[in-house]
Ligand binder design. Structure first.
Ligand SMILES: *Cc1c(COP(=O)(O)O)cnc(C)c1O
Length: 435
């Protein structure tokens, strides 16, 4: 299948080009030229399948022209060595737990699949690819962990010294093997500048193959649709209406949900849950999209002022504002409300939820009340493990949050990072020596 740019539907490229370049040359995002449909027979059978089997059926829809079934099966098998269980809170209210991957956040689904798909698309090339990632925290560890030990790739993570949490720093600097962390004496913006400059530097381009594997890569979006299919499959009732609430930042997760719906997964309505960085909420209210500067919040992975996947959503809704409004409700909440929700979820259901998931829960509850959807089945997505936000969860619930073994292990390992200045020449010199 071909992929087009959201800035120019005539600009079309192959899967390989879309995946290896990430962003279209005109700055647009890649979209599949058509949305395939899941056969009814397969849909009916999803409830009898494992997560990997469902992922394979969904992946095949998009990728069957480009990746032979056997290779696709291996990619899915290897990428998804963890589950996405649907946890019952009460009656018809569920949490889809997306934190069982290696870095304890839903980004593992996209990152692990993307890394393996890239490796497949590169299988006949003998050049090693350098993945350069500027990170302020979680994305970097998911991408790095996704490429961990994937042959043909080296990951260089750049993070701002002293600006990421202790847990995040451990996750970034203890991976090892083909992953190197650079501790930059500067800000996150400096890290981004260094990466951008590297991509345009002639000497580096001649010497190294570089890729960014950034969050808007279509190879990260497609696999995020898989867990919506799996969530539906795990429901007790496959006929009752279904509402899904998605904690939203860059809107990738929500876009993947809409993609799953278009493929044929019976989801009736989406709730896009935001913190006060609610540019998309404003769009849903007014029809105007006005990017803003970010305000830091407790649910920091949702602190996005110019959500790039908005343009993909526009494509999926044919630029029809009314259609989008009908399909998606937007809600936004303060940190204070988020804290209260963490407390409430624990009191009502004995469940520990992280701040991102708590925003999702709040939005779901408010939408249900507003639209009188009490009788629908309701799913809220939990995008991170509560232990990643241990302090606030413990404050709000009075409960100790257990740290999963894979995070505990990272915390016990020694930090391994190369300190560099924020000067491009230092970064360049270091990279040239690696090539
Ligand atoms: C990235 C992230 C989000 C936001 O997802 P988008 O796809 O950017 O909308 C929400 N929660 C967590 C924990 C995240 O890491």
């Amino acid at each position: 299948m071909e992929y087009y740019s959201t800035k120019n539907s005539k600009l079309r490229v192959s899967l390989k080009e879309a995946v290896l370049s990430g962003l279209a040359p005109d700055g647009g995002l890649f979209m599949p030229i058509e949305i395939p449909r899941l056969e009814f027979e397969i849909l009916k059978n999803l409830p009898n399948m494992s997560f990997r089997e469902i992922a394979f059926e969904m992946a095949r829809l998009f990728l069957k022209d480009d990746v032979p079934e056997r290779a696709l099966g291996e990619i899915v098998q290897d990428a998804f060595d963890f589950e996405a269980p649907l946890h019952l809170l009460s009656d018809d209210l569920f949490v889809l737990e997306l934190f069982h991957g290696p870095t304890l956040a839903f980004k593992d689904f996209g990152a692990r699949f993307m890394a393996r798909l890239m490796a497949y698309l590169q299988r006949n090339e003998d050049n090693e690819i350098f993945i350069l990632v500027a990170t302020s925290g979680d994305t970097g560890s998911a991408v790095a962990s996704g490429f961990f030990k994937v042959p043909g790739f080296r990951v260089i993570l750049l993070y701002p010294s002293g600006m990421v949490s202790e847990i995040q720093e451990k996750q970034l600097t203890t991976i090892g093997e083909n992953v190197t962390a650079l501790e930059v004496q500067g800000s996150f913006d400096d890290c981004q500048r260094l990466v951008k400059q590297a991509f345009t530097d002639q000497d580096l381009r001649r010497k190294l193959s570089m890729s960014s594997a950034n969050s808007i890569n279509i190879a990260r979006l497609i696999p995020q649709s898989f867990y919506y299919a799996s969530a539906w499959a795990q429901l007790p009732d496959h006929d009752a209406p279904l509402i899904v609430s998605v904690p939203s930042g860059n809107l990738g997760n929500l876009t993947a949900g809409v993609l799953a719906q278009r493929v044929g997964i019976p989801i009736d309505h989406f709730v896009s849950a935001m913190n006060i960085n609610d540019v998309f909420w404003e769009y849903l209210q007014t029809g105007r999209f006005s990017p803003r500067l970010v305000i830091p919040t407790l649910s920091n992975a949702m602190d996005v002022g110019n959500p790039s996947n908005f343009f993909r959503l526009l494509e999926l809704f044919g630029h029809d504002y009314r259609a989008m409004r009908q399909a998606i409700s937007g809600m936004s909440f303060s940190d204070e409300e988020t804290r209260q929700a963490i407390t409430e979820i624990h009191e009502k259901f004995g469940y520990l939820m992280d701040p991102h998931g708590a925003v999702g829960y709040l939005a779901l509850m408010r939408a249900v009340e507003k639209k009188h959807w009490q009788s629908a089945q309701k799913i809220t997505l939990e995008t991170a493990h509560p232990s990643k936000f241990k302090t606030v969860v413990e404050e709000c619930t009075g409960q100790k949050v257990a740290v999963p073994e894979r995070l505990q292990k990272a915390l016990e390992r020694d930090k391994q990072a190369v300190r560099i200045s924020a000067e491009f020449e230092d970064f360049k010199e270091w990279l040239m020596k690696k090539g």
